[in-house]
Design a protein around this ligand. Structure first.
Ligand SMILES: [Cu+2]
Length: 105
């Protein structure tokens, strides 16, 4: 195997673990965001995972941040970056009782 191919394989092996370490994982299991509250530094990233048995959704409608995931089928995930200080309610339009509040410092 050539040296460049070896280097490429090494980079591919490292990349997923680096990405996973940067994002805090939020579960949607049992129609709840867990954890339900979170403190993040400015620029912090969370990864929301639909590990439930039903379709979910994620939206943020706040000063400084607006986001809409559309439908999130079972088994999918998304990442959200918080670039502004403040308190950001993260909600699911399908299940209005699902609450995640992210405080960014
Ligand atoms: Cu939901």
């Amino acid at each position: 195997m050539s040296r460049s191919v070896c280097l490429l394989l090494a980079l591919l092996a490292i990349a997923p673990s680096v990405l996973a370490a940067d994002a805090i994982v939020v579960s949607q299991h049992n129609r709840k965001f867990w954890p339900a509250t979170m403190d993040l530094p400015k620029g912090g990233v969370i990864r929301i995972v639909n590990d439930d048995r039903v379709t979910h959704h994620v939206y943020v409608d706040a000063s400084g941040m607006s986001y809409d995931s559309g439908e999130m089928p079972v088994g999918t995930s998304l990442t959200l970056e918080f670039d502004h200080e403040g308190v950001f309610p993260v909600r699911c339009a399908i299940h209005p009782t699902m609450h995640l509040d992210v405080t960014v410092h």
